[in-house]
Design a protein around this ligand. Sequence first.
Ligand code: ADP
Ligand code: MG
Length: 575
Amino acid sequence: MLKLTRFLKPFQMPIILVLILVLAQSLSELYLPTLMADIVDKGVVTGDTHYIWKIGGIMLLVAAGGMICSIIASFYSSKAASGFGKLLRSKLFSHASNFSLHEFDQLGTASLITRTTNDITQVQQVLIMMLRMMAMAPMMCIGGIIMALSKDAKLTLVLAVSIPVLIITIVIVARMGIPLFKAMQVKLDKLNRVLRENLTGIRVIRSFNRVNHEKKRFDAANWDLTQTAIKVNKLMAIMMPIMMIVLNLTTVAIIWFGGIRIDNGHMEVGDMMAFIQYAMQIMFSFVMLSMMFVMIPRASVSAVRINEVFETIADIQDPNAPSPVTGQKGYVEFQNVTFSYPGAEMPAISNISFTMNPGEVTAIIGGTGSGKSTLINLIPRFYDVDSGKVLIDGVDVREMSQESLRSKIGFVPQQAVLFTGTITENIRYGKENATDADVEHAAKIAQATEFISNMPDGFNTLIAQGGTNVSGGQKQRLSIARALVRKPEIYIFDDSFSALDFKTDAKLRAALKDETSLATTLIVAQRVSTIMDADQIIVLDNGEVAGIGKHKELMETSGVYREIVMSQLSEEEIA
Ligand code: ADP
Ligand code: MG
């Protein structure tokens, strides 16, 4: 919680203003009962109407002043708190944007979303409360005690009994409530996770008839959260009547003993009425404090979760002094690269060495899980190598700025991702200042023109969220076009032709050949026909190179390659 206070700096002024206003409001509330006692003792008893009007007028003014202070204070406290929330959200978002894939794996995407939204809202709400109550509660408590003592010191003994009773109740309730509040936040996270999985996996769930199973899973998470929430609310509901009983019994006691003191001539009626109000104010300040004690642990759970994100430092940082760009273009070299995912026992790829040159096509083939995508992710430095080096244009990727590194690369990931927006916008994502002609050209090479022109608004057709209104193959072609429009030095296609039919695949590759003749091209593919004519083929097996060479050479030297080829092509095709 305290660590987050550094984000309060820009809001110093409104916060100070709120504290001053709240102080003024407390003073007015402390003054009112005294004025009332004056009216009763000096006005009503003597029948002095003029005095009643005069003091009554002052009372109205003081009350109005207090009210105005309170209104302005709540305006500024809301303003400061929502400004704080906005700042925190944008800081958290920009911090998380720098994360490498490793940190996303670590924190979890669903949790990152909850932390940016719900957790920050919790902290923000508590801030509003604290701003109002933190100044108010001690002020009313101490001020109330002083005023009560000044009215009648002996009668304050009543408070010496009721305040401890109140404190004990608060402590008991807080003890029981705080763990429940902590549990609630975790359970909310779980509910979000289940909901997210359900919504993104809806097709799978329906097709496998698992709707009921998922319903039960959601109900369980929902029930769990509800039960905890009910427990918390029951506890809070019990607290209120107990407080009221204590408060009312205190009033009765004050009237009882006050009555005796008035009878004996030690006290006046107005003073006793004022005393009752001071007693109420003191006790309410304890109620306020107790509410803070309940809210703070809840928000501090959220604050810890927010801090966790801030304290996660991205693995991959730009070097302090990035290497200057060399004149070379499109040279990629792997030197004895080994990489393992965090927590994995075995390296995902080991001892990989090869070079790629401009104008050449390099293909990677290998079974699923052989480390093809892993190898490719090392080129744009999505992960850092454990040992060895990845050099681009003669410079280690760790010595370049991520921006200049990635500007050299046109990357088509295995999972085609489109953004909400028009088709043109999606293709232009590759290069912001691409002209319409560039976009259309890229679409043509990617064999996307035909299906785009069949769509209702052509290039201006909106892609639905998650790209649900285009097929898998269409998605792949759009994400290929996005890479093409960039005209990079290095093209990387991670299994990007898998959803295309043979004819489109062949046409696309023929068109690509002309387009990328000067660039370095790296293609991961499952189909031998896609990669047969590559300049070099790298065969991966279990994260290790099982052979490098042209199709013909590999057919003779690599058993793994021969096996893959045999499983796909007929005898004549191989020859
Ligand atoms: P391919 O693309 O050849 O099918 P991958 O490179 O995706 O294979 O995966 C290689 C190995 O690395 C697999 O054994 C897989 O389980 C593991 N792996 C892939 N991604 C991750 C990840 N994010 N975290 C941990 N292990 C992973
Ligand atoms: Mg893969």
